[in-house]
Design a protein around this ligand. Sequence first.
Ligand SMILES: NC(=O)c1ccc[n+]([C@@H]2O[C@H](COP(=O)([O-])OP(=O)(O)OC[C@H]3O[C@@H](n4cnc5c(N)ncnc54)[C@H](OP(=O)(O)O)[C@@H]3O)[C@@H](O)[C@H]2O)c1
Length: 328
Amino acid sequence: MRVGACGLNNTDINTRTGWYDSKVESSVTEELGLHGRDDGAAASWNKSTVTFPRIQGAAVAGVITAVGGSVEPSRIGQRVLVDPSVRDPSLPRRAQLVEYLGSERDGGFAEFVAVPSVNAHAVETSLTDAELATFPCSYDTAEEMLSRAALAAGETILVTGAGGGVGTALIQLALVRGAQVVAVASRSKQQRLEALGVHHFVARDEGDLRASVEHLVGERGVDVVADVVGGSLFGPVLKVLRRGGRYTSSGAIGGPMAAMDLRDLIYKDLEMYGITNPTADTFRRLVHLIEEGLLRPLLDAAYPLEDLRMAQEQLLKRAHVGKLVVVP
Ligand SMILES: NC(=O)c1ccc[n+]([C@@H]2O[C@H](COP(=O)([O-])OP(=O)(O)OC[C@H]3O[C@@H](n4cnc5c(N)ncnc54)[C@H](OP(=O)(O)O)[C@@H]3O)[C@@H](O)[C@H]2O)c1
């Protein structure tokens, strides 16, 4: 297929710098993200090492230009959004993700990319390719997080890293479910997140998180925490979960090593979910929500493909709200 646009995601940087390797205990700083590591860390998300040459880029929107022998030729010319998770349905539930676009197989930082036909979802929308490329990876992951935690209408959810790609996806998808959203991010992002519809904003680096959240939602706490930051925020967000609450995580951008008070897990009967394997149904649900016009593409900036390095430098500054994409 011809790539119309490809979204930027941290997984490309995590893989390129070897961050998924268990020998790495730090977060991906701007310095590491730009220059990589020199300690031989090389594992990818599933612990297998990536082979080279490899074209990265997980979030592809574009048009089918050619098909394999077993695929209906009428698909040529179809506008598609690509599910980046290549699965083997014969494997057990939660272990079906076998290849990720841009990691174990070539991705969309290119003019053309080949993907399995089941991963290329026809999409009917007036959105541009750059807008469409904001959705894969962030939104399917976010929807899987909410679905596993069974977020329901009227419940309160706290979202960390709320200005980022997954954070803004979590906010929009939680609002679609009719939940009340508490966003945690840098103060500089408050206005843009309030414009997105969050009910409460908490500045992550100002004062005591628990006191701020309880002041807003009451001592009972929140029903669900959706966390992509981890690190030093992990312990505190467990304190703001109500008894019987659910914690769901798909990222540790603030650091992979975290301390917790096990009494929160045990004596509050918490449920915890780790998410890296969104299902095919989740991606189909995402395409449906896009076609229904229920999600706003939050395109912070689009760069020409040849400026990918500059675009990743910008991603690492974490000043964006929403997504960055490259356009061939
Ligand atoms: N498991 C999966 O399938 C999956 C899929 C997508 C993403 N992820 C992971 O989820 C994480 C978030 O991804 P994303 O695309 O939302 O990232 P992003 O767009 O770069 O946003 C990350 C946000 O985290 C906040 N943050 C808080 N503490 C931070 C710290 N110590 N260092 C850096 N940022 C910090 C930043 O905002 P403030 O500074 O304003 O708080 C920023 O808005 C990444 O680790 C990514 O690899 C996992």
